[in-house]
Design a protein around this ligand. Structure first.
Ligand code: SAH
Length: 393
């Protein structure tokens, strides 16, 4: 018999509403001895079957539910079908994309699994005990469904919370040792699949890069927290007079320089600054330096709930500074990828920044993660990237 998780009284509602996370505190007891990543049946206190889930013995999220039909076997065919469906959704939404996220974990009904595709190469992250247990099977299915040139794995700090060891390296074939070139909206980008951030590139910003570029023709652009300069490349392609990238990572800026060259942009049109954004924007405020468009795309400031307040201060600070550096009529594209800072809170933070900067600011568009990072309605936690495109008076 399959092991069972019996929930505490009153804790079954989220599971019945198809939320995939079963927290440690919701579990009354475990029947049987499930191993890490094993499939368990979830039951309510009064003995009603609720869902199939994967067991994570060391995580606060003790199990992740993935199937609410009692008679479905969670066998290889089941997961193959889920993978194929996830890939088919991307084909429908982003036909012909050279790089995109093919599987976005819980949001695609496959807990813990990230699959990003970069040309013929796939990069995978197994972020839960269940995904870890399915690792070999996942590789076999990806080979069958996509015939990639290589599959490699990248680590992520959340594996630690699951009690999983670090994992990076080739899973199949020979992943490219040097950066590869991928095409995004007709522009070319170097992506390092071995040492780049996340799986190599910020695929969640693809649509926003194209959108923000539309407003960059003929003007001076600041791309703060630039990483490899993807927003800047789009801006130059759209005719920006000059772009400045700021990042603390010399490696990221080196790839940004390579990306400018790869797309044929003259070196007179761009500047790379290896600097801390907080310090650099203050320096420019003191010098009276101004820009027409500023992009703020910082890393995740809030990694846990107790960091939200501090994160909010950080976000407010950079937004306040950016608003002071914008010329009248200028545009601010400001982002937060902290899932714990929701859209409302982020708008309030930017409101506070505008008030302190003494500028009238209008939101002209709400921005979010792209369609290859979908948000399942039963799992709002999948929504993490939010942005505001603002026009200052
Ligand atoms: N907009 C980018 C992604 C940005 S990721 C894109 O579209 O590809 C965030 C970046 O911020 C990382 O490259 C990281 O190196 C950089 N970073 C983190 N803290 C920083 C700081 N205080 N000052 C400057 N850059 C910072």
């Amino acid at each position: 018999m399959r092991p069972r998780l019996i929930l505490r009284p009153g804790k079954e509602k989220p599971v019945r509403q198809r939320h995939p996370w079963v927290f440690e505190g919701a579990v009354q007891h475990v029947e049987g001895r499930p191993g890490s990543g094993d499939v368990v049946d979830v039951f309510s206190t009064d003995g009603r079957w609720l869902a199939l889930a994967e067991f994570s013995p060391r995580s606060q999220i003790r199990a992740r539910a993935f199937c609410w039909e009692p008679d479905r076997p969670a066998d290889a065919g089941f997961w193959r079908e889920r993978l194929a469906a996830s890939i088919a959704r991307r084909r429908q939404l982003l036909p012909g994309a050279d790089a995109c996220r093919l599987v976005f974990a819980e949001s695609d009904g496959i807990p813990g699994l990230i699959v990003d595709h970069y040309g013929p190469h796939l990069v995978v992250q197994n972020l839960t005990a269940g995904a870890e247990a399915r690792r070999k099977q996942t590789v076999a299915h990806l080979l069958e469904l996509l015939s990639p040139a290589s599959i490699s794995e990248r680590d992520d700090p959340v594996r630690q919370k699951e009690g999983l060891r670090q994992a990076s390296g080739p899973l199949w074939g020979l992943p490219p040792a040097a950066p590869i070139t991928v095409v995004e909206h007709g522009l070319r980008f170097q992506v390092d699949l071995n040492t780049g951030h996340k799986t190599g590139f910020y695929l969640d910003q693809t649509a926003n890069r194209a959108l923000v570029a539309r407003f960059c023709g003929g003007v001076e652009v600041l791309n703060a927290f630039s990483y490899t300069g993807a927003f800047a490349v789009h801006a130059l392609a759209a005719g920006a007079a000059h772009v400045t990238n700021i990042d603390t990572s010399a490696e990221a800026l080196a790839l940004a320089a390579a990306n400018f060259a790869l797309n044929g942009f003259d070196a007179s049109r761009w500047t790379n600054l290896e600097a801390d954004v907080f310090h650099q924007l203050r320096r420019w405020r003191d010098d009276g330096r101004q820009f027409d468009v500023i992009i703020l795309d910082p890393p995740k400031f809030a990694l846990s709930r107790d960091q939200v307040e501090r994160a909010a201060r950080g976000y407010k600070d950079i937004n306040w500074l950016a608003l002071r550096l914008l010329r009248p009529g200028g545009l601010l594209a400001t982002f937060s990828c902290s899932g714990l800072v929701d859209r409302d809170l982020y708008q309030k933070i930017v409101f506070g920044a505008a008030l302190d900067a003494g500028r009238d600011v209008r939101i002209v568009q709400h921005l979010s993660q792209g369609p290859d990072h979908p948000v399942l309605l039963t799992f709002p936690e999948g929504s993490y990237l939010k942005g505001l495109l603002c026009q200052v008076e």
